[in-house]
Design a protein around this ligand. Structure first.
Ligand code: ARG
Length: 463
């Protein structure tokens, strides 16, 4: 329809069709065709309700509802001819419906506008993505729980500033991510609850004089209730922004974990071996095995958070109610959703497949004076030194070990007693990494017994 004829849906007052450039900037069909199933579900619910309310006849509603299923099957089969002249998914579907069922198709849009239609479709689409994210997060959490359970008592270095700090357990480290992804999961569920209201029936902005039953379409489409204000219903996009915010936070968690996997799989660390299935080689360096999946997950936060910012900017200055600016919402959410789901799936795959290198982890845990805090704590407990003094004595022992080129457990008792006379040989009991982690029994601590409790708690919560 890029000839001179005016638009068949809204062209009544137009003498000429749009310029090709107008058509190009206006059309959203190249991407909003992804909402076809939601658009058709919304229209079918609307038609059924119109008939139930006596606004259209049952036979018209039946023709519309059957015809829409035909349209859906054509789209799913890839046989549908999308038209840019028909702008968007809503008008493409309706135009095809008219070809299939004729005159009744023209009654579908009674008491409805594309404004409440698109708001409804987009909510349904985003809601599906929240459900997909929930599944993806659950799968990832289960993969982490398996790792944590297997390695509840494997020791590794815990870091602050990426400097060796204190020994921790592999299971404890895995469970830290379970907590993060668990909060993402709860954000997903909260967002879903908040967004699950029905805009359909708000019409263009003011509501309609037709006696619609908005409770009925809400039930049909799985919404908890109709949105309470028609102006808000057609202009709200905070549900999409909340989706992007939740996705951004989750992508940030994925990115942190991905960064650790990149570091851990390096030849310098060798904490983990990633599976061949989630690594790639180099075309020039035959020895290389690169953690590309982790790197790409690490990068996804960029586009996801970018989408969040972009949609905030689109929305921030818009007066009520609908403005065409809002058509720019979809590509941001589509792209972010695709990449979030992909990142979740790739992370789950990597976690499932990866092998923790126990010996390397333990060797690294034992180096770098990682049990210095245990030594200081021993001085407090056994010799009644104030902690600040114990810290000082321990510092002197670390300096001595450094000077001798050995680790703390390699210092002789005589060396130690020269620094502090009250030290006796029972101090060696706390210098081993296994004793160190086992002693960290405070709630939430790294002791294997505590880690197993964390795993059990999560398994129960998810059961
Ligand atoms: N394609 C449009 C969008 O995505 C549908 C709504 C159009 N409404 C209108 N008043 N032009 O926002």
């Amino acid at each position: 329809m890029s000839d001179n004829s005016s638009n068949q849906m809204w062209g009544g007052r137009f003498a000429a069709g749009p310029d090709a450039i107008m058509e190009a900037i206006n059309a959203s069909i190249s991407y909003d065709q992804r909402m076809a199933p939601q658009d058709i579900a919304g229209s079918r619910a609307h038609a059924a309700m119109l008939a139930a309310q006596g606004i259209i006849t049952d036979s018209d509603a039946t023709a519309i509802r059957e015809g829409l299923l035909t349209v859906l099957s054509e789209i799913e089969a890839g046989e549908f001819q999308f038209s840019t002249a028909l702008e968007d998914i809503h008008m493409n579907v309706e135009a095809r419906l008219k070809e299939i069922v004729g005159e009744p198709a023209g009654r579908l849009h009674t008491g409805r506008s594309r404004n409440d239609q698109v708001a409804t479709d987009f909510r349904l689409w985003t809601r599906d993505q929240l459900d997909a994210a929930e599944s993806g997060l659950l799968a990832l959490i289960h993969a982490l729980l398996s790792q944590a359970e297997a390695g509840a008592d494997w020791v590794m270095p815990g870091f602050t500033h990426l400097q060796t700090a204190q020994p921790v357990t592999w299971g404890h480290h895995m469970m830290a991510y379970v907590e993060m992804f668990g909060r993402d999961l709860s954000r997903v569920r909260d967002a879903r609850k908040r967004m699950n209201e029905n805009p359909l029936g708000a019409a263009a902005l003011a509501g309609t004089g037709f006696p619609l039953d908005r409770e009925m379409t809400s039930r049909d489409l799985g919404f908890d209730r109709p949105m309470a204000n028609s102006l808000d219903a057609v202009s709200a996009r905070d549900f999409a922004i909340e989706f992007l915010s939740v996705a951004s936070i989750s992508a940030m968690h994925l990115s942190r974990f991905a960064e650790e996997l990149v570091i851990w799989s390096s030849a310098q660390f060798r904490f983990v071996t990633l599976s061949d299935r989630f690594s790639t080689g180099s075309s020039i360096m035959p020895q290389k095995k690169n953690p590309d999946a982790a790197e790409l997950i690490r990068a996804k936060i960029g586009r996801i958070f970018g989408a969040n910012v972009a949609l905030m900017m689109v929305m921030k200055g818009l007066p009520l109610a609908y403005s065409k600016d809002m058509q720019e919402d979809k590509e941001q959410v589509f792209d972010a959703a695709d990449n979030w789901m992909l990142a979740l799936a790739a992370m789950e795959g990597m976690v499932k497949d990866m092998t923790a290198n126990r010996a390397e982890l333990e060797a690294a845990a034992s180096s770098g004076f990682s049990t210095a805090t245990d030594l200081a704590d021993w001085l407090v407990r056994e010799t009644n030194l104030p902690f600040r003094d114990a810290h000082h004595v321990t510092g002197a022992l670390v300096a001595l070990a450094e000077q001798k080129g050995c680790d703390l457990p390699d210092l002789t008792l005589e060396d130690m007693q020269n620094v502090h006379a009250n030290i006796d040989k029972s101090i060696y009991d706390v210098l081993g990494v296994h004793n160190s982690v086992a002693s960290r029994m405070s709630y939430g601590g790294t002791a294997p017994a505590r880690v197993r409790e964390q795993v059990a708690r999560w398994k129960e919560a998810l059961a």
